[in-house]
Design a protein around this ligand. Structure first.
Ligand code: PLP
Length: 382
């Protein structure tokens, strides 16, 4: 008898991770592959974090922690909001999670019932819609273009005709890097509160900005669920640690979900992460490198015919319109990997309807990687 695969398990892949696997296979076979497909820093965790991890290995049992996270880490995260944004947060509202990915699972389960409809801009981070689907929730695409800076702006959300139970925004966003202004975030928070819509702000790229600094939704909306992570600015991607700041009424539900789904976030990562907030100089040096990589790509890529980018205000991506070069971005990316060993992610990961004409390049790599990628792309397209 053939046993079924559940409908909820049949979600689309996270294409960037599929491209990473293909790129790693080529690298194992001896190709010199440049990774511009995944969004992860090419640096290790800051030195104070590594020292704290060594210390914890020597001195701690490293068993389960509180499901909501180690109290000193929750306090350090709350202090970060005070110091960095001037916003007072009760550490009791901080839920430490296994990456922001764990936070999304907890937040969606705590806030939504099956069938609830959650709005998100397209293009946006693919796992939002794919996790929602796995939970029997309905992702509602809000197609955003250059006019909205690819964001779910207040006007776009107000103009949507159907019911929304939730709204997810990210500023800076993946894949475009565009940002919402503090006023736009405040307006979205107010609108959501008025309409009974759960407002979720993904702030994972905070700290990685190239002009304006990013505003937290917590500055204007106490009811927002704010998600963040040690994976990007803090350069701790594989430590699998993130957090969310939940409205007080959702904390106990989040705790019960965390207890049962994960028991606790990883203990070693939590002990180490307490030191991350004292590592700003080291981390800001990484951001300076991202800025230099971004400038280099923006100067060089037009020579390869890539000259239409979303305004990358933050994060470490360029989202390129390649509609004049291809109408099949997955095949275009496969060819790029096969012919010049440059891995990048087709836009279909972020925008299933329109992403056949776009692709995303990550500039989180080393300067040498980005220089060489630009060289290969320009000679490929000549
Ligand atoms: C916008 C956005 N949110 C969330 C995540 C998940 O990151 P993590 O689970 O490592 O915190 C990513 C990863 O690339 C992302 O780009």
């Amino acid at each position: 008898m053939v046993l079924k695969i559940a409908r909820r398990g049949q979600i689309p892949p996270f294409i960037a991770m599929d491209v990473l696997r293909a790129a790693n296979e080529r690298a194992l076979a001896g190709d010199d592959v440049l990774h511009l497909e995944v969004g992860q820093p090419s640096t290790p965790a800051p030195s104070a974090v590594l020292a704290a991890a060594h210390g914890a290995l020597e001195s701690e049992t490293l068993g389960y922690t509180d499901a909501l996270g180690l109290p000193p880490l929750r306090t350090a995260i709350a202090a970060h909001y005070r110091q960095h944004y001037g916003v007072a947060i009760d550490p009791g509202r901080v839920v430490v999670t296994t990456g922001s990915s764990g936070a999304f699972l907890i937040a969606f389960l705590a806030a939504f019932d099956p069938g609830d409809r959650v709005g998100l801009a397209s293009p946006s981070y693919p796992a939002y819609r794919n996790i929602l689907r796995a939970l029997d929730l309905v992702p509602v695409e809000l197609p955003a273009g250059a006019g909205q800076r690819y964001q779910a702006t207040p006007d776009l959300v107000r103009g949507h005709q159907g019911r929304l139970d939730g709204l997810i925004v990210a500023s800076p966003a993946n894949p475009t890097g565009t940002m919402l202004t503090p006023d736009e975030i405040a307006a979205l928070g107010r609108y959501c509160l008025e309409m009974g819509i759960r407002f979720i702000s993904d702030e994972i790229y905070h700290g990685i900005t190239f002009g304006e600094t990013a505003a937290t939704a917590l500055a204007s909306c106490d009811e927002a669920i704010v998600v963040n992570s040690f994976s990007k600015y803090f350069s701790m991607t594989g430590w699998r640690l993130g957090w969310m700041v939940a409205p007080p009424a959702l904390v106990r539900a989040s705790e019960c979900l965390a207890q049962n789904l994960f028991i606790s976030p990883p203990a070693l990562s939590q002990h180490a992460a307490i030191a991350a907030f004292q590592s700003r100089d080291e981390l800001d040096a990484n951001v300076a490198r991202y800025a230099a990589n971004r400038a280099l790509l923006l100067a060089e890529l037009p020579k390869a015919g890539f000259d239409r980018f979303a305004p990358a205000d933050g994060a470490f991506y360029l989202y390129a319109d390649v509609g004049h070069l291809t109408n099949d971005s997955p095949e275009f990316c496969r060819r790029m990997l096969r012919e010049i060993g440059v891995a990048c992610t087709p836009g279909t990961d972020f925008d299933p309807a329109r992403g056949h004409a776009t692709l995303r390049l990550s500039f989180a790599g080393t300067e040498a990687t980005i220089v060489e990628a630009a060289r290969r792309l320009t000679s490929w397209r000549r």
